[in-house]
Structure formats: structure tokens, C-alpha cells
Design a protein around this ligand. Structure first.
Ligand code: MLT
Length: 238
């Protein structure tokens, strides 16, 4: 069921140390996603997450445009919907299979961890860049496995799930690019996502483009600007 009627801010409880111990014991999985890795000239790596029907090559050019120097890690979603790759199962448009979503978010987080060891990139400089279904799995990882990345660009994202306990995202910065005429993600849904992430303590910048569900050059320009400003010490709202 889509959790649209659930309250977003359920309060943040301190993490259970027992649970943290179990997370630490999680075995490292092999790099078993079909993926592209493009080395870069800086410490930053962009984790590129495509939309429904896309693949690991879809966002490579966009990643390069966003940061010409970053390394690029681009996995292909493992779930097939009528032959179209996705990152998790859905029951209908905007209605997600939550058990599969949780499993897939953990699976992708484990892949990123093992890919960082394999390719030798630092996860503290990792920035997720997700579009549509890819933005929704990125948001799920932020909510379920917040240790994986602290920066994210989410194009056309919605509330993927509401965790039982909100993570502490107070060191996380997120840029959300929405379309003001998006037929798939209404403005109210984007605002719910912003509210949820802010409740968890994240620094969220939201920008509505004059656009539908598809990406525009204005989206990319604004995201690139935000990404560049990340290197500056002060918090700049764009
Ligand atoms: C999703 O299923 O993640 C969203 O509905 C976006 C989409 O892929 O159409």
C-alpha cells in the first residue's frame, strides 16, 4: 500500500546499538549488478541511477555534464517490468511493493559498498544522482541505509516509503528537481518528500522547473550549480 496517509514526522529515536552491530556484520556482497564505472580526476564519485526502462549507460553523459571530473558508477536496475529495467517492483504506477523496495535498497547499498572497495573510491564523497525510479531508490537508501551517501540529487522523486524510525540525516544535503507540470509526481508529493527528509534533519533544496516528468537543460544547469557549491564551506541555498 502506498503510505500517503501516514504522518511523516514520527519522531527520531536514538539508533538501537544492537541493530547497528548487526549492520556492521552484514557480509560484503560481490559486485553483482551490471554496471559501468568511469574513473575520474577528483575524489568525488557520482552514483547514477536511471529511470524505468533505462540502463547503466543512460545517465553517463548527464553525469559528465554535472561534474566533468567525478568518477561515475552506474548500475542497471535488476527488476524487469515488461522487459524494462527498474530498481524495485511496483504494483501500479506510484504504488510500490514495499518489501521488495526495502530488499532492493539494501542490495544496492551493499553493491555500492563493495564497488567502493573494488574500484577504490571514497564513499564520503559519493553523490547519488537519480532520475524518477532511480531517484526513488536513492531516497530509499537515504532513509534505510543513511551511511551509504550524504549527498544526493533527486530528479522527479516521490515518497518511496516511510521508515518505522527516521534516520539521522543531519549531515545530509539533498537537491530535489521537480517539474511543475509532472503528471506522475504532483507538487504535493514532492512537498511530502521534502517534509519527510527535513524531519530527518536533512538540508533539502527544492526547485520546480517549468517542465513535466522529463529532464530539461534547466534542471541540469541548476543541479550542476548546486553540486559546484557543495565544495564551498557555507550552506548556499539555490
Ligand atoms: C516509480 O515507479 O519509481 C515511479 O512511478 C517513477 C516511474 O518509474 O515511473
Amino acid at each position: 500500500m502506498r503510505p500517503s496517509s501516514q504522518p511523516l514526522c514520527l519522531g527520531r529515536r536514538p539508533p538501537n546499538p544492537l541493530f547497528l552491530g548487526i549492520q556492521r556484520l552484514r557480509p560484503v556482497m560481490s559486485t553483482d549488478f551490471i554496471h559501468e564505472f568511469v574513473p575520474g580526476n577528483s575524489n568525488r564519485t557520482l552514483l547514477l541511477l536511471h529511470g524505468t526502462g533505462g540502463n547503466e549507460r543512460d545517465l553517463i553523459a548527464i553525469g559528465r555534464e554535472l561534474d566533468p571530473n567525478a568518477a561515475l558508477l552506474s548500475p542497471r536496475g535488476k527488476v524487469l517490468e515488461n522487459g524494462m529495467p527498474r530498481f524495485f517492483r511496483r504494483l501500479a504506477e506510484g504504488v510500490f511493493d514495499l518489501e521488495d523496495l526495502k530488499h532492493r535498497a539494501n542490495e544496492l547499498a551493499d553493491f555500492v559498498t563493495s564497488a567502493a572497495q573494488h574500484y577504490g573510491f571514497a564513499t564520503d564523497q559519493l553523490v547519488a544522482v537519480g532520475y524518477s525510479n532511480g531517484a526513488n531508490i536513492a531516497a530509499s537508501m537515504l532513509l534505510l541505509r543513511p551511511e551509504i551517501m550524504h549527498r544526493a540529487i533527486l530528479f522527479r522523486a516521490m515518497v518511496p516509503l516511510i521508515p518505522d524510525t527516521l534516520p539521522d540525516l543531519s549531515s545530509v544535503r539533498i537537491w530535489i528537481g521537480a517539474g511543475d507540470q509532472d503528471p506522475i509526481v504532483p507538487a504535493s508529493e514532492t512537498k511530502r518528500l521534502v517534509e519527510l527528509l527535513r524531519c530527518a534533519g536533512a538540508d533539502v533544496t527544492i526547485r520546480f522547473a517549468k517542465a513535466g516528468h522529463g529532464l530539461t537543460n534547466n534542471d541540469l544547469e541548476a543541479a550542476r550549480h548546486w553540486l559546484r557549491a557543495l565544495n564551498k564551506p557555507t550552506r548556499e541555498k539555490l
